[in-house]
Design a protein around this ligand. Sequence first.
Ligand SMILES: NC(=O)c1ccc[n+]([C@@H]2O[C@H](COP(=O)([O-])OP(=O)(O)OC[C@H]3O[C@@H](n4cnc5c(N)ncnc54)[C@H](OP(=O)(O)O)[C@@H]3O)[C@@H](O)[C@H]2O)c1
Length: 301
Amino acid sequence: MTDRAVKSAARVLVIGGGYSGQRFARAMARDGAQVWLTERGERARATSENGLHWLRFDASQGAIPQLPEQLSHVLITIPPNSNGRDDALEQLLPDLQGQPLDWVGYLSTTGVYGDSSGAWVNESSETRPTLPRSQARLSCEQAWLRSGLPVQSFRLPAIYGPGRCPFEQLRQGKARLVHKKGQQFCRIHVDDIAGSLRHCMAQAPENRPAIVNVSDHMPCPSTETLGFAAHLLGLKLPPYRRFEDIAGELSPMALSFWADNRRVCNRLLTQTLGYQLLYPSYREGFAASLQEEQQGDGSST
Ligand SMILES: NC(=O)c1ccc[n+]([C@@H]2O[C@H](COP(=O)([O-])OP(=O)(O)OC[C@H]3O[C@@H](n4cnc5c(N)ncnc54)[C@H](OP(=O)(O)O)[C@@H]3O)[C@@H](O)[C@H]2O)c1
């Protein structure tokens, strides 16, 4: 972090305290910030917990009743709703416009680039989303970028980390070793999302690009990552299957993950902006995730 690093004065709201939101919130709280997170559930955690304050918020139901004042940073992790609209933007924009915000982060997806037949894409590449959910995402991302707030959008590939690696599927014999010729997948460890966000918000506003890809250095086939996960566990791999032979057995959602093929360039983040990845590839990331899982440090945080 630079001298502008966000420290104790920061008042941070995480809209959507899910997997990435909680991890980011905990990192910010460790830096000394005051952090509020939203949740939809009935857990009634509207109290403080490890320096985090929980607020009840369901974007389909209305705005946040008691929005904290003097917020400096906001992270939005809520995806588009089933109609492709951004409930959070529609509900919260007027209230957020009244806050002295220095930075707003929006978690988007690399799905907005569509299919490049395995070629590299960067932030200047044309957005040609093929899947309906990626088309919705692009229009929500653009709406946040047009909102007049100091928004940076972070385009993410598959998110992994403790509790989100293929270990449990392998242990239960439910993992599938599927190969599709030429298919590449990109991914990012959840702590590198939190790290990238904190790195970017610490830059001077004029040095913050509107759109940043947050992806690791090693796009590769999923057979490779599954092979390494099995190696870490000392387990045998399931039988090798060709995508063409099993496509008919896959659900529409599972099939959609194979629809696009692209490699996501992270040069803007790692070279121009100088962020150093904690987990340059799934190799370090899987090993650390397994260790954290074994220490019982939490699948959800
Ligand atoms: N997972 C991936 O591999 C991946 C890849 C690329 C991009 N992304 C995107 O990156 C973002 C973060 O991903 P993640 O895996 O950390 O997501 P996550 O764990 O599902 O967290 C999303 C949060 O948004 C909340 N939320 C959803 N709809 C809401 C609504 N209508 N009102 C209030 N809260 C709502 C969820 O609440 P509940 O817990 O109540 O559902 C959850 O706390 C998401 O937008 C996701 O689509 C994910």
